[in-house]
Structure formats: C-alpha cells, structure tokens
Design a protein around this ligand. Structure first.
Ligand SMILES: [Zn+2]
Length: 164
C-alpha cells in the first residue's frame, strides 16, 4: 500500500451501518463504565479525498477508557485488540481491512475528547483517516472526531452518514 497524500484540513466523511451503531448502543447502555473498542473498516479514495466505511466493531470485555488512565495502562488492552484485529483479518481473508479508529462511551457527560482521549488518539490512532466515535448512552448522543492541528482544542467534530 502506498502512502497517501492527505490535506491537513480535509474533513473526512464517515459511513457507518445502523447495525453497528446499535451494537455500540447496546454495549454502552449495558456497562456503567467508560468502555472502549476498535472500529474496523475500509478506506475509499475518490478525488484525492478519503472516506471511511466502518464495517465492524471490536470489543473486549473489561476494556475501559478513563481520564484517570495513562497511555501505558491502555497499551496492554491495545495489544489485545491488535491480536483480535489480526484474527478478524485472517477470518475475513481481507487484507484491506483496517483499524479505522476507536469508539468509547461517556456515560452522562456528553460527547467531546478529553486530554486523555486526545493522547490515545495521537498515540494509538495517528493515521489521518483514523477517527474517534464518542457515545453518551444516557443522553443518546454520538459524535465522530478527528485530530485537527488548526483547532485550539486539537480536534474537531466530523460529519457522518448512516447506512441502512
Ligand atoms: Zn473520553
């Protein structure tokens, strides 16, 4: 795979299946903790722009992402997710399948990226196509984010489309 030229200020449209959102909603509503998992899918190129299609999610029981966590604490879980992803790739016989980002829950405190979330994104999901999905199961809210060097916050919300 050749590396891709990506404009820094490019807004990445994301496509996600309704089923996938439902899976995440069920998981996040069933756990009081701030759980997290990986987003697996494909990237498409058109007119030098990149689009992300999320096809599956990975979730390991007990995977929690909290502001009290350090990067090294998350590292162990990241290793487990990497193994799960390799198994999935083999099973689906799809070499194009990628880790297109991660998702996690903010039970009751809304959708945004905390300082720890930003660190996680930069450290574990540094590719420009890698996104973060934050879900608040109490408020029934969800939002996608990507890193944004031009923003004071260091990230921005991005638009998405739901596939039915
Ligand atoms: Zn968070």
């Amino acid at each position: 795979m050749t590396s891709m030229e990506i404009k820094e200020d490019f807004v990445f449209p994301v496509y996600i299946y309704r089923d996938t959102i439902q899976k995440i909603n069920i998981l996040t509503k069933n756990f009081e903790n701030e759980i997290f998992g990986y987003l697996i899918g494909n990237i498409l190129e058109w007119n030098e722009n990149i689009y992300v299609i999320i096809e599956e999610i990975l979730f390991i029981l007990g995977a929690v992402h909290s502001d009290k966590f350090s990067t090294s604490q998350i590292e162990g879980t990241a290793g487990k997710y990497e193994k799960r992803f390799q198994r999935l790739k083999k099973k689906r016989e799809n070499d194009n399948l990628r880790i297109v980002g991660w998702w996690h829950s903010h039970p009751g405190f809304g959708c945004f990226l905390s300082t720890t979330d930003l660190k996680t994104q930069k450290y574990f999901f540094p590719e420009s196509y890698q996104v973060t999905l934050v879900v608040d199961p109490h408020k029934d809210e969800l939002d996608f984010f990507t890193l944004d060097k031009n923003s004071v916050k260091g990230y921005k919300s991005i638009s998405y489309a739901i596939l039915t």
